[in-house]
Every structure is written in C-alpha cells, then in structure tokens.
Design a protein around this ligand. Structure first.
Ligand code: ADP
Ligand code: ZN
Ligand code: ZN
Length: 714
C-alpha cells in the first residue's frame, strides 16, 4: 500500500494549484525531504510537507492539473543526499506564505537555491562529494589562535551584557561608527564559545555591503574555525556558488558546514539547523522588503524566525525604522523589543564625534544657485588640505527632463507616465522605468526647434560642473583636483563598484559625487565633508515615509564623514535647503534621531498611519486604468459580507503614483486596520474573492494583480 504525501512544488503564482499537491510513494518519506516529482509533462523539485490525511481538497486540485490524469502520480526520486528541511524551516515558509498571501509552493521553492531545482539526484550527490573532499582540505591546521581583539568601549560592553542577559529581540540603536559591527562580532563569538555547533545569520541590506562585512567576519572567524566557517548568500552570486553556500549552511557545523551565513534579504530563508543568533544590520533599510513575488520583509521575518527557533535577534541601526523604534519603547508602554543605546562614536574622546551639520538657506542665495558660495569655499579648503569631500544627490543621469522652450515639448517616455532622463555621456534619453533608450534628438521632435534644454540636474551634471569649478584649484601636491562619480550608471559593469571604491579609499579621488549608493554603509576614512545639495524634494512627497527615509539617508551620509579620528574634529555635513527651519533638519543638526522619531510618530498617530495602523495594498495592472480599477472595485464590493470586513477600511481604487509603465496601467487599493490580526483575517478571507473576481469574464483583460502586506511605498 503506497503512502500519500502532500508535496510543495513551484506552481505559477495565483494558480489554483497554489497549495500542496498529492503524490504517492512506496515508502513513507520524512517531512522536509527533497524529492523530484512529475508535474504536467516536466519533472520538478518538491518538498515533502507531510503525509496525506484523507486529502480530499488536494486530490481535487490534483485533478485540475492541466493534462494530468486523475490518477495520483508517483514521486520520481528522493534527494536523499540532502538532509530533510527542518520543521522550523517549513513553519517559516508556511508563515511567510500565509502572511504575505502567496502560495506555499511558490514561497518554499523560491527560498531554495535555484540550482537545486535543476540538478538530478546523481549530479547533486557528485556535488556533495566534491564539497566534502574540499572542506576537509581547508580545515584549520595547528593550534587555534584567536586574532587579537580590541578592547570594547563601555557602551559596547553594556550592549553585549544586555544581549547575554536578556532574550530580546534587541534594537541596537547606535550612532554610525559607534562600533555596532564590533558588537555583532562579539555576540557571535560569545555564542560559539557557549555552543560549538551554533549558527549565526547576519544580514545586510545590499550586495555592495557584503564584501566589507565578509572581510571583517572572515578575518575574525576563519583563524578560529577555518575559511569555510563563513559563507555568503546573495543574488550577486552565481547559481553554483549559491548552492555551495546553501548546502554548507544546511549541513551545519556539527557536520563540518558553515557557522555563519552573511547575506542579503534572501538569506533569511537559509536552512540553518542550529540557528541561534540573527543580526539585521541597518534594519531600517527598505531593501529588506522584497519588491516582487512574495513581498516579504526580511527584517520582520527575522524577528518571527528568531521566536520560532529560539534564536536571539539583534536589529541594528543609527536611524531605526519608526516601526522598530516604536516596538522598542519601554515595556511598560507596550514595547516588545529591548532598546540598546550606543550614542557615542568610537574615538569620540579623541575628537571623533559626529560631524557638525551646516544648513545653507538656499532662499537667501541668488536664484538658480546649484552650489552655494560657502559650500564651494569649504570644499576648496578640504581639498587644499589633502582631505576628501563627497557631494550627494539622489538622482542619476545628466538632467531628469529635456525641454523645448519654443513649443513646450518634454522628453516624456511614450510608454510610461514619466520623463526620460537625459544622459549626456552617450547622448541618450533613457526611461528609468521601462528602460527605453534612444539617441537624443537633434531638434525638438514636435516643432523642429534646435534649442532643446536640460531641466534640473543629476549626478552626471554635478560631476561636470564640479570638474569645471575646481579646474583651477590645486591639491597639496600641486596636482589637479580629481572628481569621480559613483552611481548605478558608473557601476553597471561587474567589478566597477569595487574598483571605484578602492580608488576612493586609496586617496586617488578628491571629490566624490554620487547617489544613495555612496551614502550607505561604506567606511570612507578620508572623507571629512559630505554635502547634500538638494534634498528638499522628499519633504513634500506624497509618500508618508519620505521624511523618514530622507532623515536616515542624511544621517547615513553624515556618518560617512570623519570616520578616522584624526580628521573628524572638524568634519562637516552640509545641507543646502530652502527650509532650514524645518523640524527634520533641526533634528538632523543635533544628530537627534529620537527627537525626529518622536515628532514623526506623533504625526503618524494623529493621522492613523503605521505603526499605529496596519496596511495592505492590492495592486492591479491592465492595458487600461479603467480595467485595473474595475477589478479592484468589484472585488472590494464583493468583500462587503466577508468575515472581518467591518474591522478594515477599504479605500477606493486609485492610479499608482507612476500610473503607467511600459504601456501597462497600474492601480491600487489600500486596506487598513488598527488590528494586524483583523487585517490578516480579512485578507485571508478576501483572497478567494480576488481570485474569483479575476476569473470573471469582465476582468479577462486584467494583466496581473498582487497583494503587498505592510507595503513600504504607497
Ligand atoms: P558601526 O557598525 O556602528 O558603524 P563599526 O563597528 O564599523 O561601527 O566601528 C567603526 C570603526 O571603529 C571600525 O573601524 C571598527 O574597527 C572600530 N572599532 C569598533 N569598536 C572599537 C573599539 N572598541 N576600539 C577601537 N576601535 C573600534
Ligand atoms: Zn518644440
Ligand atoms: Zn518608459
């Protein structure tokens, strides 16, 4: 009598085959086992979820498979060389699928390394054998010598003592350069000393930041535990690299696998049999939120996973998300996170404090000033002293718009509701949304006027203007000023970012221009002046999170200045703004994140915004705005009678901020509730209605729809 099993396989998003499928096998399979199963005409990877109990529902779905006979099919093979995935891992998948409203099969299979889906049982066995042979070669030889470790500051010791003594989750609120990374390193070290087979997961928001972190962790732990102790997991790796890291983490230290996984948001799903510590560095960073598929927040899942697996969770930031800040209010007021404070920069006594913030009132400058005279003076002085300066503008390209002064033509994208950006370097107009790239027209396409002009400016233009402005200035050695730009355009080629950063570190650049890419995380030791030349846009954005994001970006940028104690006595952050008295800039001037957070949270509370309410968005895309909105409106009307409908507010369908991308119209509907549980209950109940609505003939023209729970951008 064969056993029936529920198996998770990857099925198209939103297909009715979303949940588990039923297969039979001659022997009972351990839950969590990886198997290969037939699906339609293909064979695909699956994860055994459990034994089938009178699985009527699943059987019905099995029958619905296109081109599939009604008979239940047989598991083709078992990948027995890989240990079954743990119960906790499967629970994490189940939670993710249910919370973010996606199918379990999609979530679970997307969390596995892509190559695992492709390899046959034999190929995988060969890979594992090779791995085993390799790792025995590089095991540490001779006596283990700990690298010389630095004396911790009192604040660092305090934070570590709290982490040891309490359960958390912790919010490590530490200024940039306060030594948070050092605290993470020590917390990991302490864990390994207590439990020799424990594992730690350390996440950073961006791939760019992984090499730096990897170097620090490897330097610290490779001498103790071998070079294999630390593995990386991010989307910049090749599929074979990812598989190797994944297998090593899955194996765990008891069997010679990895102790530490360093990675980006995807790493939150790594299989780690003995996970005991999770660090989320720069926890406020929006990159932790996935932008497609299951729109999960790796930070929030880290907290969930920590509770699930009994792992301590440390969230770290100099400018925490308002959600985490709110969660870390005193327990007496309902806080659930333990807040740890590290306000001082390492070396502050030696003059390594935070940079002085200078606000330049642009309303008092001559009209159309790009660089105020005092800022230019200050940069000149830095360069003359052999120091570096950084100019920050969050917009790449030469100019965001080209404009014909004769007829009013603008460089709109024909396929999107957005302007195409002028890139002077190759004389193109590029749409940053759909990618459409064309040569800049010689004359206005509408009226033939040859005098079409750039409006506004991006980093490319800033670089050009600064190069011209500093042409006469000399460095201490008499040489010309070297201006460099780092943004998504300058770093398109693989390896370019690393090369350009190395130039900055080596002091081969005097003046660095760039986007947020350079404001985050990098430890630039020679930069003593950072300038934000036009940050005002975010003050008046329709997105309620824009001020929070700007504040953290500027604080991060300020954190780039004066990281070497020898310079920082006089390091500066310059901000050119039309609104120098704005409360946000005033808080920034004092490096006072708590003041900013308090004021921002009061506003959120008054307006009933997160973290005082919970939100979900349903987005719909179609050839016409009407079709997209009509789907949302119909589904909303049908939700009236659903369980929990009274506890949520369903707002009307509206066009998205960028209404059209690549000729697809986009609309969204906001769902809000003061209770997370009520919102979840409603969204679960509504899901079937959304599916049914989509399948009605009147909504055939809908291209796609998706749910975004806890959206970051509205
Ligand atoms: P953060 O992560 O808070 O920005 P880091 O941990 O990167 O800070 O520390 C900033 C710099 O100070 C690093 O170069 C680090 O090596 C150094 N550092 C950290 N802790 C100490 C310490 N206790 N003594 C001396 N230097 C330290
Ligand atoms: Zn014209
Ligand atoms: Zn476009």
């Amino acid at each position: 009598m064969p056993t029936l099993h529920c198996i998770a396989v990857q099925t198209p998003a939103h297909s009715r085959l979303g949940s588990l499928l039923t297969y039979k096998s001659e022997s009972a399979l351990t839950p969590g086992s990886l198997v290969r199963v037939p699906l339609g005409k293909r064979e695909t990877l699956g994860v055994v979820w459990g034994e089938e109990q009178q699985g009527v529902a699943q059987e019905a779905e099995q029958k619905a498979l296109p081109g599939n006979p009604a008979a239940i099919r047989e598991v083709a093979s078992v990948l027995s060389a890989v240990a079954p995935l743990s119960d906790a891992w499967r629970q994490l998948m189940a939670f993710t699928a249910s919370y973010y409203q996606r199918s379990l099969g999609e979530v679970a299979l997307a969390a596995l390394p892509p190559q695992l889906r492709e390899l046959s049982v034999e190929q995988l066995a060969r890979r594992l054998k090779r791995r085993a042979a390799l790792s025995s070669d590089v095991a540490p030889s001779g006596p283990i010598i700990a690298t010389e470790s630095i004396a911790l500051s009192a604040e660092q010791m305090g934070a570590l003592a709290d982490i040891e003594a309490q359960d958390g989750p912790f919010l490590l609120f530490g200024a940039t350069g306060s030594g948070k990374t050092e605290v993470f390193l020590h917390a990991v070290q302490a864990l390994f000393e207590r439990d020799p087979h424990a594992q730690a997961l350390v996440m950073v928001p961006e791939i760019n930041l992984t090499p730096q972190l990897e170097a620090r962790f490897t330097e610290r732990f490779a001498p103790l535990y071998g070079a294999d102790a630390v593995v990386a997991l991010h989307s910049g790796m090749t599929n074979p690299q990812r598989l190797t890291s994944w297998l090593s983490a899955h194996q765990g230290p008891a069997l010679g696998g990895a102790r530490i996984v360093l990675g980006t948001r995807m790493a939150v799903f790594a299989s780690m049999p003995r996970l005991r510590l999770i660090v989320v560095d720069e926890e406020h960073d929006p990159s932790y939120k996935s932008g497609d598929g299951a729109r999960y927040s790796a930070r929030d899942l880290a907290v969930y996973r920590g509770r699930l697996e009994g792992a301590k969770v440390i969230l770290g930031s100099a400018t925490p998300s308002l959600e985490s800040w709110h969660h870390s209010r005193p327990a007496a007021l309902g806080g659930r996170y333990v807040r740890l404070n590290m306000p001082s920069r390492i070396g502050a006594q030696a003059g390594g404090g935070l940079p002085a913030v200078r606000l330049v009132n642009m309303a008092l400058q001559p009209p159309r000033t790009v660089f105020s005279a005092p800022l230019l003076d200050a940069i000149t002085q830095r360069i003359a002293r052999g120091e570096q300066a950084m100019v920050f503008l969050n917009r790449r390209g030469y100019a965001p718009v080209l404009h014909c002064t004769a007829c009013g033509w603008k460089s709109e994208c024909p396929h999107c509701s957005a302007h195409r950006v002028f890139h002077k370097i190759d004389r193109t107009l590029r749409c940053h949304h759909c990618g459409l790239t064309e040569r800049v027209p010689r004359a206005c396409p509408d009226c033939g006027n040859v005098d079409i002009t750039p409006v506004g400016r991006g980093t490319e233009q800033i670089e050009e203007q600064l190069t011209a402005l500093f042409a006469e200035v000399q460095r201490p050695d008499g040489g010309p000023v070297r201006v460099a730009r780092i943004d998504a355009d300058s770093t398109r080629l693989k390896g370019e970012l690393g090369r350009q950063l190395a130039e900055v570190h080596a002091g081969e650049v005097d003046l660095l221009v760039g986007t947020q890419m350079i404001a985050k995380g990098h430890d630039f030791r020679r930069i003593t002046l950072v300038a934000a030349i036009n940050p005002d846009g975010a003050l008046f954005s329709s997105d309620f999170r824009a001020p929070e994001r700007l504040f953290s970006l500027l604080m991060q940028a300020a954190g780039r200045a004066g990281r070497a104690a020898s310079h920082s006595a006089s390091s500066e952050m310059w901000i050119q703004t039309g609104f120098p008295t704005h409360a946000m800039f005033q808080a920034l001037k004092k490096h006072d994140y708590p003041a900013f957070a308090t004021q921002e949270l009061e506003e959120r509370e008054r307006a009933g915004m997160p973290p005082y309410s919970y939100q979900a968005l349903v987005r719909a895309e179609a050839r016409s705005q009407e079709v997209a909105q009509s789907f949302l409106t119909t589904a909303s009307a049908a939700a009236q009678a659903l369980e929990g409908a009274a506890q949520v507010v369903r707002y009307p369908a509206v066009p998205m901020t960028i209404q059209r991308i690549a000729n697809i119209e986009r609309a969204q509907m906001l769902i809000e509730s003061t209770s997370r549980v009520a919102l979840q209950r409603f969204m679960n109940a509504w899901h079937g209605v959304l599916h049914a609505t989509r399948n009605q003939p009147e909504h055939k023209a809908l291209v796609r729809w998706a749910v975004d729970v806890d959206p970051l951008a509205i």
